[in-house]
Write a protein that binds this ligand. Structure first.
Ligand SMILES: NC(=O)c1ccc[n+]([C@@H]2O[C@H](COP(=O)([O-])OP(=O)(O)OC[C@H]3O[C@@H](n4cnc5c(N)ncnc54)[C@H](OP(=O)(O)O)[C@@H]3O)[C@@H](O)[C@H]2O)c1
Length: 323
């Protein structure tokens, strides 16, 4: 059988890049098309060199430009990047354009949608400011309500905390104090767990989902390898790297102000980020609820553990020698 085309939104980024990396291993099955706003950027050129068909597309450009980027695709992996605009209004508009274009793609057999759950529904109306979840969940609802035929071939994947987040700014994730102890300050109690995954494993899940297509149509998959507290992660890290560590629980207000001061985030974005974490503090691991398929239970998928992740990355080198 001739290879089918998969169009990957966010191909130069973490999620989409991992999908591309996995599917390129199977050229007899997949032709990979990667979308980017800038085909000349190094990450896009690297994809080209690896055999990806790189096409120019901006989610803010409306659905008609996306229709041509999706032309002939059997599968679309779609995402929106809240943090690029830090605006839920922009994210929802982009998501709807993406969905409109997917619905107009006559060759499409499977739409894989990267999302987050509805924070208001999950928290029984308690947390109303988690805009970067809410916008994605509104797009999920839009698919379901506006395009029943597209919904019938859609799989929604809920993404968790990435292990890789500790690499974004290692010295701020785990600063070393004057006595040489690595201190992780976080708002959760030591026993509050978060769903976590190595985002580099996204391709493993997406390949399993598209290869078993129909079974996952209309389903929502909670994607995480382990449900872990930040205190537990820190303990493992200390053991693997043989360094002293200390978990420092801080208040939600202190955490939120730290985001404003150090990231820096706007007050609104810092509240959004903080409340998403409070959902887990208040309601436990909401990703483990029965309404979601658990990615870790899908046969044949072996997801990286936190211990393996720490063993495989030079976190201390990055903390102590940031440049
Ligand atoms: N970090 C976490 O722990 C976490 C957890 C759950 C969910 N998420 C969600 O993950 C999403 C980000 O995905 P990621 O981690 O893969 O991001 P990433 O590594 O920062 O990459 C962002 C990707 O989005 C593309 N992009 C951004 N704006 C675009 C636009 N207007 N048109 C077309 N493409 C655009 C970029 O492509 P070009 O720059 O090449 O155009 C890039 O490939 C966010 O919405 C976030 O809420 C993150």
């Amino acid at each position: 059988m001739a290879p089918i085309t998969i169009a990957v939104v966010g191909a130069t980024g973490s999620q989409g890049g991992a999908v591309v990396t996995e599917l390129l291993k199977y050229p007899e099955r997949y032709r990979v098309r990667g979308l980017t706003r800038d085909v000349n950027k190094p990450a896009a050129q690297l994809l080209s060199a690896k055999g990806v068909e790189v096409v120019s597309a901006d989610l803010s450009g409306g659905s008609s430009a996306l229709v041509s980027a999706f032309a002939g695709a059997s599968i679309i992996f779609g995402l929106t990047d809240f943090w690029a605009s830090r605006s839920s209004t922009v994210e929802v508009q982009q998501g709807k354009s993406l969905v409109d274009a997917a619905a107009a793609t006559s060759t499409l057999t499977h739409f894989v949608w990267s999302a987050l759950p509805d924070p208001v529904a999950l928290s029984n109306g308690k947390y109303l400011n988690v805009h970067h979840w809410k916008g994605k969940s509104e797009v999920t609802e839009y698919i379901n309500e506006t395009y029943p035929a597209l919904w019938a071939k859609t799989t929604t994947i809920l993404f968790p905390n990435y292990f890789e987040n500790c690499l974004t700014n290692p010295a701020s994730y785990l600063p070393k104090n004057v006595s040489g102890t690595y201190v992780h300050s976080f708002l959760h109690s030591p026993t509050t767990v978060l769903p976590n995954v190595a985002i580099a494993d996204t391709g493993k899940l997406v390949r399993a989902v598209i290869e078993d297509g129909q079974q996952y149509y209309t389903k929502t998959i909670a994607f995480y390898a382990q449900s872990l507290s930040e205190a537990e992660k820190l303990k493992t890290l200390g053991e693997v790297l043989n360094v002293p560590t200390k978990y420092n629980q801080i208040s939600a207000a202190e955490f939120q102000q730290g985001l404003v001061k150090n990231c820096p985030m706007t007050e609104e974005n810092a509240l959004d980020f903080t409340e998403q974490l409070l959902i887990f503090e208040t309601f436990g691991n909401v990703y483990a609820r029965d309404e979601f398929i658990q990615a870790a239970d899908i046969p044949g998928i072996s997801l990286t553990t936190w211990k393996e992740f720490v063993q495989g990355h030079d976190l201390l080198g990055k903390i102590n020698h940031p440049n």
